[in-house]
Design a protein around this ligand. Structure first.
Ligand SMILES: [Zn+2]
Ligand SMILES: [Zn+2]
Ligand SMILES: [Zn+2]
Ligand SMILES: [Zn+2]
Length: 404
């Protein structure tokens, strides 16, 4: 279990938050600029002019004399400090990578926002990283970013409600034409665009906090898991320090758990998932979408470490609730059933009836997935693999296969 598409459920971002906390700056840059020693959020020494961080005076002197900081310091200060300078650099690099990766696909096309092929000012190339087809959806990262910036600013100026602001914020990670999330390199470039845009605001600023979440999601999406980890950790310690609301902490920890998992730090991921699940259960109750989603994530992770008894116990409790709250064809319900069937066939102590139930469940899920998501959806391929495996497990045990 826990293969293919399923793990995606684990990395999907949670909602953007709009709560206010007290002002203080958090850093994404958590290493000594000279020797890369991990400094966390507050240790070490800062360059008095540009705020570049070091583990101590020796590294600072060495970096000035031999590391080129004497030439860069002024530039960094002018850009707005080390964090801003870093984000600008990362953004520029990410845009170049994205445009390069999309070059084949975007040849001969124009930006649907500025109508040009080459951006008039930045000279950057086009990208497309959503579900748009044909000639739709080609754009410059900076045009997409400008569009998102304007929409978010209007939402702030007009004091729009949370729902309207959330919808506007979606433009930082979702295409306005096909409404699907950007993926890979395009997502990464927009994540840096977003963080670069808002990092200068005080920590109390809701938009800055959302930008941090968006950057973490984007980095995960582009499989830059180590970078994602430092963003997630910075976010969580910032929230702890300022005494954020429990729901915000749970959201941040859930995202961190997903990053741990992506990095193969399974024990830490498990511990955190468990805590987040029980935290949400306490806070929202068993019927809340967030609680059920987390139950699904937790079960998926338990399957990965072969703790099948726990998977079954958890899902026997939560699956009937999901069926009641959502429809039978809801993606979350399907994934929970999928995990349950997976535990049934993978558990060596399962009975013949368990294996039969697993096969029947996968057959049913496959029909539903094909009907709801279409035959070309990546879930179909993943489910077929499980179907084959569960059938093989049954055939190996069943002296008289039924209908095979
Ligand atoms: Zn150092
Ligand atoms: Zn400096
Ligand atoms: Zn453009
Ligand atoms: Zn699109």
């Amino acid at each position: 279990m826990a293969k293919g598409r399923e793990s995606d459920a684990d990395t999907q971002p949670r909602g953007v938050r709009w709560h206010r906390v007290c002002p203080k700056m958090a850093m994404i840059l958590t290493q000594c600029a000279a020797c890369a020693t991990e400094l966390g959020l507050s240790l070490g020494k800062k360059c008095g002019r540009c705020s570049t961080r070091y583990c101590g005076p020796e590294c600072q002197v060495q970096h000035w004399k031999e590391g080129g900081h004497d030439k860069l310091c002024k530039l960094i200060k002018k850009a707005g400090g080390a964090e801003q300078y870093n984000a600008n650099q990362k953004y520029t690099a990410a845009v170049a990578v994205a445009a390069e990766a999309c070059a084949e696909d975007t040849k001969g096309q124009t930006c649907y926002i500025c109508t040009q092929a080459l951006h008039w000012k930045t000279k950057e190339g086009l990208v497309r990283g959503c579900s748009c087809r044909g000639t739709a959806g080609f754009a410059h990262v900076s045009c997409l970013a400008e569009q998102a910036k304007i929409l978010v600013a209007e939402g702030e100026e007009n004091n729009l409600g949370r729902k309207a602001r959330d919808e506007r914020w979606l433009r930082w990670d979702r295409c306005s034409l096909c409404e699907q999330r950007y993926h890979g390199v395009v997502s990464c470039a927009l994540g840096w665009a977003c963080w670069k845009m808002y990092l200068g605001r005080p920590e109390s600023d809701k938009v800055r906090r959302s930008a941090m979440t968006t950057l973490g999601n984007a980095l995960s999406d582009a499989k830059h898991f180590k970078d994602a980890l430092s963003v997630r950790e910075a976010e969580l310690s910032m929230e702890r320090r300022v005494g954020a609301a429990e729901e915000d902490l749970l959201v941040a920890r859930g995202n961190l758990a997903g990053t741990y998992r992506n990095l193969g730090r399974i024990e830490e991921a498990l511990q955190m998932r468990r805590d987040v699940y029980f935290g949400l259960l306490r806070l929202y109750g068993e019927e809340h979408g967030e609680t059920l989603r987390e139950a699904g994530n937790y079960a998926n992770l338990l399957n990965q470490v072969k703790r099948f008894e726990e998977v079954k116990a958890l899902l026997r409790k939560t699956l009937p609730v999901a069926r009641r709250v959502f429809s039978e064809s809801n993606e979350l319900t399907l994934k929970m059933r999928w995990n349950y069937a997976g535990a049934l066939y993978a558990d060596p102590v399962s009975t013949l009836n368990d294996l039969r139930e697993a096969v029947a469940t996968f057959e049913d899920i496959e029909r539903t997935v094909r009907r709801v998501f279409g035959g070309a959806h990546p879930l179909v391929e993943a489910i077929e693999l499980h179907l084959r495996k569960s059938r093989a497990a049954l055939a190996a045990r069943d002296p008289q296969p039924l209908g095979a």
